[in-house]
Design a binder for this molecule. Structure first.
Ligand SMILES: NC(=O)C1=CN([C@@H]2O[C@H](COP(=O)(O)OP(=O)(O)OC[C@H]3O[C@@H](n4cnc5c(N)ncnc54)[C@H](OP(=O)(O)O)[C@@H]3O)[C@@H](O)[C@H]2O)C=CC1
Ligand SMILES: O=C(CO)COP(=O)(O)O
Length: 329
């Protein structure tokens, strides 16, 4: 009998639910969505709609659900679709139940706040016997779940594993490109959130589309510097999980990071809780710290970090950015 691929997606929020739905839709694998909230999981199995995260979107009949950590035991591939700061605790809870050597795919955009570690390093420290891959790039959960065309990057240390994962997960509407640059792919996702907050501030203050375009281009230069300093490649930054995701998040009001920045620019003290998850608010301080450690210039990122920490007001930040020494591009 041929083995049918089994994929488990852990994290029943917007992204995890969307990924599980789109993968189930391919018909290539048995897909299981695993969440912590028993009542929500029972509701999803009954209603096939996640009203809180993906309102009005019907989930496929073939998608299975569980709230038990040991339900991941027979999964050939496991996606970790919870926020960046929860990846470590999730690895500790689900790790003991994983199938030996099953590839783990991190589906979060951030850097560990406490230690400044990359998420691949965080998971490798807890799950040393599993290949750890990273999925990132432009794609809103709602677009993915609706079956709109989306393309993202998936990176593993071994390109053959990235290729296997890309082929296993991709379908008619959701297309993955394989890479062996885990650093570039994950930092692209983490840093674009910080830059999206900056673009939101510009929008909230009514500074114009020209300023936004300048931020995108100079932000991309900052991203390249940190990616290269950390051992990644600049060409990855010009791809889906860099330029692609930055353009999406810096321009679409679907983005929580952009909306958070707009609120800051308008002077409203929106907390990172009220607008939903704002990964860039965590990543800004870490990225600024890393830049300092590597002695590279990331003035936009550093300004966003200082604004969020309350160390800098927005007009002063703008004046400082505009009065930096004139230099070459
Ligand atoms: N939404 C989007 O469009 C996209 C999101 N992403 C990324 O995906 C990640 C998740 O975002 P998103 O789904 O939107 O966030 P949500 O806030 O919608 O959902 C987060 C989910 O993670 C679960 N969770 C939190 N901690 C743990 C844990 N320790 N173990 C297991 N599950 C946990 C929560 O469960 P509970 O309800 O039980 O607390 C919740 O279901 C982020 O890094 C984000 O940047 C990437 C691309 C697109
Ligand atoms: O990463 C995303 C789309 O690619 C989602 O962006 P937000 O987290 O800002 O909503």
């Amino acid at each position: 009998m041929t083995h049918v691929l089994r994929i488990a997606v852990i994290g029943s929020g917007a992204f995890g639910t969307a990924l599980s739905a789109v993968i189930a839709q391919t018909g290539k694998a048995h897909v299981l969505l695993v969440g912590r909230d028993q009542a929500l999981i029972e509701d999803l199995a009954r209603q096939r709609v996640h009203e809180a995260a993906l309102p009005g979107i019907t989930l496929p009949e073939s998608l299975a659900f569980s709230a038990r950590p040991d339900a991941v035991a027979d999964a050939d591939i496991v996606l970790f679709a919870m926020p960046s700061q929860a990846q470590l605790s999730a690895a500790e809870v689900y790790g003991p139940h994983l199938k030996p050597a099953a590839p783990i795919v991190i589906c979060a955009k951030g850097i560990e706040k406490q230690t400044s570690r990359l998420l691949t390093d965080v998971l490798e420290s807890v799950l040393p016997n599993h290949p750890i891959a990273m999925l990132s790039g432009p794609g809103f959960a709602a677009d993915i779940a609706k079956g709109l065309p989306t393309a993202m990057a998936i990176a593993a240390a071994d390109l053959a594993i990235a290729d296997y994962l890309a082929r296993s997960i991709s379908g008619q509407t959701f297309r993955l490109y394989a890479s062996d640059d885990r650093v570039g792919v994950q930092l692209g996702g983490a840093l674009k959130n910080v830059l999206a907050i900056a673009c939101g501030i510009v929008e909230g203050m009514g500074l114009g589309d020209s300023a936004r375009a300048a931020l995108i281009a100079r932000g991309l230069a900052e991203m390249s510097r940190l990616v290269e300093a950390t051992g990644g490649r600049a060409d990855t930054v010009r791809g889906l999980s860099g330029l692609g995701d930055l353009v999406l998040t810096a321009t679409s009001h679907q983005s929580r990071n952009l909306r958070f920045g707009i609120a800051l620019g308008r002077g409203s003290a929106l907390s990172t809780q009220h607008g939903g998850l704002v990964e860039g608010a965590f990543a800004a301080a870490v990225a600024a710290r890393l830049a300092e450690g590597y002695k590279i210039e990331m003035p936009i990122t550093q300004a966003v970090a200082a604004i969020i920490d309350g160390r800098l007001d927005i007009p002063t930040a703008i004046a400082q950015l505009m009065s930096r020494p004139i230099t070459t591009e």
